[in-house]
Design a protein around this ligand. Structure first.
Ligand SMILES: O=C(O)CCC(=O)C(=O)O
Ligand SMILES: [Fe+2]
Length: 292
């Protein structure tokens, strides 16, 4: 008898605690209607020309009939809505931002880590593509399992997202496995979604792009990630997003892009919070404070 667990689909009214309950138990869940129609339309308008001419990948991980484009904050201002989406951000903050204590000069201090954006990618799985190998996204940071989580990723459905056209496969519960247990395709379930829904999952959860067995239905998703502020961003945002572009975003988003320190002081420049380098003139005097 199969002991396969299903992936839970939560309504758009799901609370952060509902999402956390699923993440803690299953390692992932689907949330309905995470994106507004206007955001979805805006993303398609900004990205489709680039996606249409993007080359296919050339390896088993990136696929051979899969198109990927990155650097999405330089391509679409709508990306800010995807990374600050309240259910995603709220769940990440509650799960990851645990206080850390340290002693300095006889005084015990507490720091709460910040979050930052780690990667952006539009992923279009074309008809005839095979399954991507199952993996954990937190490989990037050499995480040991089981252990404290470091990142939460989301895949927003920008197209129909069915088992047949390559819906992401997930192994519910696999975030609790140790590093010696190998994942198998049979243990995975498809995360079927409608346009605008999102699959939220932990960096420790085994998942993969599904195979697209249709003849005419590409599967398109946008992936983005929130990771602890003291880890290196997987995609190099300082190079991917020009400084002039970073200035077009509100300060909160500039900081998520990496133009910030993580408390108490990781990521400084000239011993200052680096946000002064992208702050607009109006914000400059309020944000450019010495940090050390
Ligand atoms: O395209 C997908 O469904 C998943 C892609 C993925 O997991 C990855 O590239 O890390
Ligand atoms: Fe992945």
């Amino acid at each position: 008898m199969s002991s396969k667990r299903a992936l839970v689909t939560l309504p758009s009214s799901a609370s952060i605690d509902d999402i956390l309950e699923c993440l803690e138990r299953d390692g992932g869940c689907i949330v309905k209607n995470m994106l507004k129609q206007e955001t979805i339309d805006g993303l398609w308008a900004d990205l489709s020309d680039v996606l249409d001419v993007a080359p296919n990948g050339d390896g088993s991980f990136v696929g051979r009939k899969t198109r990927r484009i990155s650097g999405l904050f330089s391509r679409s201002l709508h990306m800010q809505e995807l990374i600050t989406q309240p259910q995603l951000y709220g769940a990440a903050e509650k799960l990851l931002c645990k206080p850390f204590k340290y002693w300095l000069d006889g005084v015990q201090h507490i720091s709460i880590p910040a979050l930052q954006m780690s990667l952006t990618q539009a992923i279009q799985i074309m008809p005839g593509e095979g399954a991507q190998p199952l993996h954990r996204d937190d490989i990037a940071h050499h995480r040991r399992h089981p252990g404290p989580d470091s990142q939460i990723q989301v895949l927003y459905a920008l197209s129909e997202y069915t088992e047949a056209n390559g819906a992401t496969r997930v192994i519910p519960g696999s975030h609790k496995w140790d590093d010696d247990r190998a994942p198998t395709y049979e243990e995975s379930v498809p995360a079927e979604m409608n346009v605008g829904d999102g699959l939220i999952y932990l960096g420790s959860t085994y998942h993969s792009g599904g195979k697209n067995t249709t003849v005419d239905k590409p599967r398109t998703a946008i992936a983005t990630t929130l990771v602890l502020g003291y880890l290196r961003q997987e995609e190099n945002q300082y190079i991917a997003v020009p400084r002039e572009r970073v200035r077009e975003f509100p300060e909160r988003v500039q900081r998520l892009l990496g133009w910030s320190t993580n408390p108490p002081f990781c990521g400084w420049i000239e011993m200052r919070d680096p946000n002064y380098l992208v702050a607009t003139d109006a914000a400059l005097n309020t944000t450019a404070e010495d940090i050390l």
